[in-house]
Structure formats: structure tokens, C-alpha cells
Design a protein around this ligand. Sequence first.
Ligand code: IPE
Ligand code: IPE
Ligand code: MG
Ligand code: MG
Ligand code: MG
Length: 289
Amino acid sequence: MTFLNQMKQKIDEMSLAFIDQLNLASSLKEAILYSYQAGGKRLRPLLLLSVLDAFGIDVNKGLNTATSLELVHTSSLIHDDLPCMDDDDYRRGKLTNHKVFGEATAVLAGDALLVNAYELIASDDCLTDNQKVKIMLELAKCSGANGMIGGQELDIENEGKSISLEQLIQIHEHKTGKLLEFALVAGGMIANADECQLTLLRESAHHIGLAFQIKDDILDVIGDEAIIGKKVHSDEKNNKSTYVNLLGLQEAKNTLQYHYDEALKRIQQVSGNTSVLEQLYQIIIDRNN
Ligand code: IPE
Ligand code: IPE
Ligand code: MG
Ligand code: MG
Ligand code: MG
């Protein structure tokens, strides 16, 4: 089994054990498991663990934090698909959460994932209290009103409006970039990276975050539904501004390449052996799902 597959398996084992004890309301647990087990790529937790690998740190030290990030990400997807948001019927190759469990349970499943994620970090025996506080602060900032959630609000507010490239960058770097920033920076924090290395990780995340969402925008236009596991042309349906409709397909591809190159340049300056991290960056831009 490849190193990435081994890490993916560890993330899934930890997540499932954690979700298994969220058993006050069985319907809620079932809804959480439904979306969680639907086969996401787990790119965010893998990025976090790859930073530890680059620093030569045992990846098990980052497992709780990496898993907590995937819980927050899954929460964002459940909410993103709601009728009041992007109103999508398919995700990760299955009907969306609200289509199966109803809107109320989907909202609560997303809420629970967002909040219980902090439990995993707070109860981590591998980290010092100081590291835990810093990491939880970073997760709150990256997920909250100045992070992913704020970006989602801007995305919704700007539906149907003609916006500038600067505004689009601001939306993308928040709704998508901020959770990727957490992946890289939290990895650095667990590895006790110095300020200069943390800055490089943050800058690299900024670029790979934009590259990630540009790729998502491109796949929404030219992707294969059976492979991406969600309906194509969702952005057009919701009158979203994207890199593709602002710049055209070819320029969107050029911009994707530019941000990938910038992201790569910075992680190569960070430390030791970044080969797994580089492999993941390549997957992010080459993926067809
Ligand atoms: C989709 O993220 C949502 C975006 C931020 C673009 P992913 O493409 O990582 O989705 P999963 O987790 O693999 O389903
Ligand atoms: C979603 O962006 C970003 C978050 C879920 C935070 P999109 O709305 O483009 O993601 P998909 O295409 O539905 O996965
Ligand atoms: Mg959306
Ligand atoms: Mg969406
Ligand atoms: Mg999209």
C-alpha cells in the first residue's frame, strides 16, 4: 500500500471510531456517517500529514488534527449543498444529505461535525496544551466568519452579480483556501516549524487554495458527472462567478498553473523531504474528480 493510502486508512479509522461514539440521536449519527463515508478524497488531512512527513515527524502526531479538519470540511459540504445554498442533489456520488435525511437533520449534521471537530484536538494526547490552543485558534479562524464560512457568505451574496477578479479571489481564498491554509499551518505547528517556515506554508497554501478552487470551477464545466460525483454546471445554474466565466477556460487553466507553480516554489523552500507534499499538489491540479 502506498504511503498516501496508508495515511488515508488511518484517517478513516480514526474518524469512524470518533463518529461511532456520537450516538445520542441515531438519525444524526446515520446522517453524519452517510456523508462522511461517501468517499471524499481526504486531500486536506493528507496535506496536513504530508507536512509532518516533510519535517520528518511521526504522522501519528497529526492524526487527530487531520481528522478534525476532514470533519469540518464534510460539514461545509453538507451545508454547501442545501437548497438555501447551492441546492445540489448529488455529492460524492450519492444523493446529498438533505435529500436523504431532510433539511433539519442535514443542518444539524453539519453543525455537529463543525463543533465536535474541536473535541478531537482538545482530547489529543500527542500534543502539548500550548500546541492544542494554538491549533484550535487557527481552526476557528480558518473555519469561521473570517475564514471558510465568511467566504461561503460572500459566494452566496454575489450570485448573479458581475464581480471583479479581485472579488473572486477574495471569495475563493476564503471559502476554499482557508481550510487548506489550516492543513498546512497546523502541520507546521505540530512539527514546531519556525515563523519563517510557517509563513512559507501559509503563502503556499494561499496559492494551492486558489489552484484547488480554479480546478473545481473547471471541473464544474468540463468534468464527467460519473467521476466527480456531483452534477456539472452547478455554478451556471446558480449564476456564480468563477474563473472560467470571468477569464475563459484557457486563461483559467493558465492561472491554475501559475498558482500551482507559486505554491510549489514555496514548499520547496520550507524544509527537508517534500516529495509526498509535492505529489499531493500534483494530484490537486491533475485530478478529474
Ligand atoms: C470540494 O472539495 C469542495 C471545494 C472546496 C471545492 P473536494 O474536491 O476536496 O471534495 P471531496 O472531499 O473529495 O468530496
Ligand atoms: C464550496 O465551493 C466550498 C465549500 C464547500 C466551503 P463549491 O460550491 O464550488 O463546491 P462544490 O463544487 O459544490 O463541491
Ligand atoms: Mg458553493
Ligand atoms: Mg457547491
Ligand atoms: Mg464547485
